[in-house]
Design a binder for this molecule. Structure first.
Ligand SMILES: Nc1ncnc2c1ncn2[C@@H]1O[C@H](COP(=O)(O)OP(=O)(O)O)[C@@H](O)[C@H]1O
Ligand code: SF4
Ligand SMILES: [Mg+2]
Length: 345
C-alpha cells in the first residue's frame, strides 16, 4: 500500500512534547523531544518511524497512546463507530474506555513481562482490568490468542522465565492483541531478538495484521528491519519528521541528507547505543536545538538559508512515466524547496 486512500485511522497534527528543565539540571531550557510532528496512518497500513537514539521516536509513540500528555498538537483517532476523537485533549477518565483500541508492543520481552505472573495472568490481565467476560470466557480467549501467536494452550500455566526471547515477545504480542485493538504501536519490538527470530516475529506480526486488520506504527532504529515490513517510513531527526515516503522510494532514493546518512550508517544491536555516522558532530541536543535546520551543523550540503530558516516538510508527488501520481513523499530540506535551492535567482 502506498499513500493512504481510506479515511485515516490516526491523524497526528502538530504534535510536540517538551519536558521542562529541572531546576537542578545544568540544561539551559526544556528538552524539546518532539516538535510539530504531523502524519496520517490509514487503516491496515504499517508506518515505520525511524531515526537514531534520541531523535524522539519513543516520545512520539508514547504521546500518541497518551502514556504521556503532549505539550501541543492533536492526535485524532477514528473509533470503531467512525467518530473521531482527539486523544490529546481527553482527560484520563475519558481515555480509559478507548485504551483497548490501541495497544503497545514493547522492546524488551525480558523486562516488560512480570516474572511473578503466569502466561495466562499476563495475557488475560487486560480482560480482567476491563472486566470482560466470565472467568471461563477469559480462559478461552487466552487459549485462542496463544494459539494465534504460535504458542500452546499448555504454556498458560508457565512463568516468563521458562521461555526464550522470541517466545516472550509472542506472549507480549498476545497480551497486546487480546483486546482486539485497531492500532498497535510497536516500539523496537524485535530489536532485542536474534536476526533469525526477528524474521519469525515480523512474519507473525504480518499474519496477525491481515487476520485482525491491524494498523501498525512501527518504531525502529534498524532500517533493515523496516525495509520490507513497512508501507511507508517517516524519518525523525531532533524531534521532527525530516522525510516521509513509501518504503521502496525512501530506500531507493532518499532525498534528505540525514536519511542518506542514516541509510549508510551501521545500526548497533541496542537501540539506545549511539549509531556511528560518517558525519561530523553529534545528534542535536534537544535542550539547545540549532537555529534553522537542526541538522545544519552536521549536514554536508548546508548552505546559507539552512542556518536561519526552518525547512518545512513539503509534500511532492511521485509520478510514473505516464505522469500519473502514484505516491506522495515529503521532505524537509531547503535543497528541495525551489525558493531556496542554490543558484535560484
Ligand atoms: N521523561 C523525560 N524527561 C526528559 N527528557 C526526556 C524524557 N524522555 C525522553 N527524553 C529525552 O527526549 C529525547 C528523545 O528521546 P526518545 O523519544 O526516547 O528518543 P528515541 O526513542 O528516538 O531514542 C532524548 O533527548 C531524551 O533524553
Ligand atoms: S535544510 Fe540545509 S542543512 Fe538541512 S538538511 Fe537540507 S541542506 Fe542540509
Ligand atoms: Mg526509543
Amino acid at each position: 500500500m502506498n499513500a493512504p486512500a481510506a479515511a485515516p485511522l490516526l491523524s497526528v497534527r502538530g504534535l510536540s512534547k517538551h519536558f521542562p528543565a529541572r531546576a537542578s539540571a545544568p540544561a539551559p531550557g526544556p528538552t524539546r523531544a518532539v516538535n510539530d510532528v504531523s502524519f496520517d496512518l490509514a487503516p491496515g497500513e504499517t508506518l515505520g518511524l525511524v531515526g537514531e537514539s534520541g531523535s524522539g521516536k519513543t516520545t512520539t509513540a508514547r504521546c500518541i497512546l497518551r502514556a504521556l500528555a503532549p505539550t501541543a498538537g492533536q492526535v485524532l483517532f477514528r473509533q470503531r463507530d467512525g467518530a473521531v476523537v482527539d486523544l490529546a485533549a481527553l482527560p484520563e477518565r475519558a481515555l480509559q474506555p478507548l485504551r483497548p483500541q490501541m495497544q503497545m508492543i514493547f522492546q524488551d520481552p525480558f523486562s516488560s513481562l512480570n516474572p511473578r505472573l503466569t502466561v495466562a495472568q499476563i495475557v488475560g490481565e487486560p480482560l480482567d482490568i476491563h472486566r470482560l467476560g466470565s472467568p471461563r470466557e477469559r480462559e478461552e480467549r487466552v487459549v485462542d490468542i496463544l494459539r494465534k501467536v504460535g504458542l500452546q494452550p499448555e504454556h498458560r500455566t508457565q512463568y516468563p522465565n521458562a521461555f526464550s526471547g522470541g517466545q516472550r515477545q509472542r506472549i507480549g504480542i498476545a497480551r497486546a492483541l487480546i483486546m482486539r485493538p485497531a492500532l498497535v504501536v510497536a516500539d523496537e519490538a524485535v530489536s532485542s531478538l536474534d536476526v533469525s527470530v526477528q524474521a519469525q516475529v515480523l512474519n507473525l506480526l504480518k499474519d496477525l495484521q491481515e487476520e485482525f486488520r491491524l494498523t501498525y506504527l512501527f518504531v525502529a532504529h534498524n532500517l533493515d528491519v523496516v525495509r520490507n515490513f513497512c508501507d511507508r517510513v517517516a524519518v525523525m531527526y531532533a524531534g521532527r519528521i525530516v522525510e516521509l515516503a513509501p518504503a521502496a522510494g525512501l530506500f531507493d532514493g532518499p532525498l534528505h541528507p540525514y536519511t542518506q546518512a542514516l541509510l549508510s550508517a551501521v545500526p548497533p544491536p541496542d537501540p539506545d547505543v549511539k549509531m556511528k555516522f560518517d558525519l561530523p558532530g553529534e545528534i542535536a541536543d534537544p535542550t539547545r536545538l540549532p537555529e534553522g535546520c537542526a541538522f545544519h551543523p552536521r549536514c554536508p550540503e548546508c548552505f546559507a538559508p539552512c542556518k536561519r530558516l526552518l525547512p518545512e516538510l513539503r509534500t511532492t508527488a511521485t509520478t510514473d512515466e505516464l505522469g500519473c501520481v502514484y505516491a506522495s513523499r515529503a521532505v524537509a530540506c531547503h535543497l528541495r524547496d525551489p525558493a531556496h535551492r542554490p543558484g535560484h535567482a
